[in-house]
Design a protein around this ligand. Structure first.
Ligand SMILES: Cc1ncc(COP(=O)(O)O)c(C=O)c1O
Length: 377
């Protein structure tokens, strides 16, 4: 593929730090780079605690363990998201319940508020979904394509209904709400992903963010096999082997050093796409919400309702011409394991589903490549 969708930019200190890590022989989960990467993430996001994990999915799983999610309980989430947070809920034999999205693709907060107001009650201090008679334990909003969530509105809901928020900010390192509140740091906990296609990568990796000391310490404990005594193998709880390796963290540290540069390029390229695309009447590039500063992780192109070509045709045409593009994820309420889960009206997500696709967005994308993509479109 001559113009790939999203590839990592490893032009900083990655090789240097990895060589140093290999020379130190600390290649597994102990080692100085894991600590350094966690500290750098803490400093960048201003989260009080940052706990490195093997990937974003395991970070989400750990957060749900930390709230002691039980089988049969429910977690509110958007239908329009990559499936990882949905699966994380099911690992506990709990049920995702699906909500619609707004025009920035994030969970529809007005719908969420209306639903909670009209259809929930409290029984023994627990929030009950009156429709299913099940306990609702948490809300997992997702920063889709790196778009900021409306944090104040979400926190109000969290307070009013006494329900914790676990932010899935996997796509959102570098995204800030109202300029200074980093994604994933407003709720009880938040998660980042450093998968290969993310803003910064560790190959595979993730991070739990929290401002709560107890949760931070427990997350660190659980992700390291719940080791109570390092020498004598005492484990008082069932833990996970979820800690990031030193090799991956070495890459992560080098990546994080470059984040401001990556953010600048992402924004510049977004503006260039926008300048060209938004002059067309059949196609638009979707702008992020004004209440936040987006990292512009993925650029979303929306086709006009009356346009005579559909997304598979467009993607196929681009592929044949050496440009990788991709459709939005199949909506989770239609995925086989989740098709029987409770959901509310999902008309906006259903409507957007076959109107949106993503175009190349790597930080090493040249202006010429962007022109090629736009010309083809
Ligand atoms: C919204 C969202 N949540 C969770 C994940 C899972 O992260 P990982 O692939 O690191 O497990 C991803 C991406 O991969 C994602 O896009």
């Amino acid at each position: 593929m001559s113009i790939p969708l999203s590839i990592p930019n490893l032009s900083g200190n990655e090789l240097k730090y990895v060589s140093d890590c290999l020379n130190s022989e600390w290649v597994s989960t102990e080692g100085s780079y894991v600590e350094k990467f966690a500290e750098a993430t803490q400093e960048y996001t201003k989260a009080k605690y940052a706990i490195p994990c093997v990937n974003g999915t395991s970070a989400l799983q750990t957060c749900l363990r930390l709230i002691d999610l039980k089988p049969g309980e429910e977690v509110i989430m958007p239908t329009l998201t990559f499936i990882a947070p949905v699966n994380a809920v099911r690992y506990f034999y709990a049920d995702p319940i699906f909500f619609d999205c707004d025009n920035f693709f994030n969970i529809d907060i007005n719908q969420l508020y209306d639903f909670l107001k009209k259809n929930t009650s409290y029984k023994n201090g627990k929030l009950i979904n009156n429709v299913t008679d099940k306990i609702i334990r948490a809300i997992i909003p997702v920063n889709i394509f790196g778009n900021s969530l409306d944090i104040d509105a979400l926190l109000e809901i969290s307070d009013q209904f006494d329900i914790p928020i676990i932010e899935d900010a996997s796509e959102a390192i570098g995204t800030f709400y109202k300029k200074n509140r980093h994604a994933g740091t407003a709720g009880l906990m938040g998660c980042l992903s450093f998968n290969g296609n993310k803003m910064i990568t560790t190959g595979g990796g993730g991070m739990i963010l929290t401002n709560d000391k107890k949760l931070g310490e427990k997350a660190s404990y659980l992700t390291r096999q719940a080791k109570n005594n390092k020498v004598f193998y005492v484990h008082d709880e069932v833990g996970y082997n979820f800690r990031l390796t030193n090799v991956a963290a070495a890459i992560g540290l080098a990546q994080l050093e470059q984040i401001n540069q990556f953010l600048e390029i992402k924004e510049k390229n977004f503006e260039l796409y926008k300048k060209i695309m938004n002059n067309k009447n059949f196609i638009d590039i979707v702008s992020p919400p004004s209440y936040g500063k987006s990292n512009h992780w993925f650029y979303a192109i929306k086709i006009n309702r009356n346009y005579h070509r559909n997304i598979p045709q467009i993607i196929d045409f681009l592929e044949k011409n050496g440009v990788q593009a991709r459709p939005i994820w199949k909506l989770n309420h239609t995925q086989k394991p989740y098709k029987d889960c409770f959901h509310v009206d999902l008309s906006n997500a259903n409507n957007l589903y076959d109107k949106i696709f993503n175009v190349p967005c790597s930080t090493n994308l040249s202006e010429e490549s962007i022109m090629t993509v736009c010309d083809l479109l």
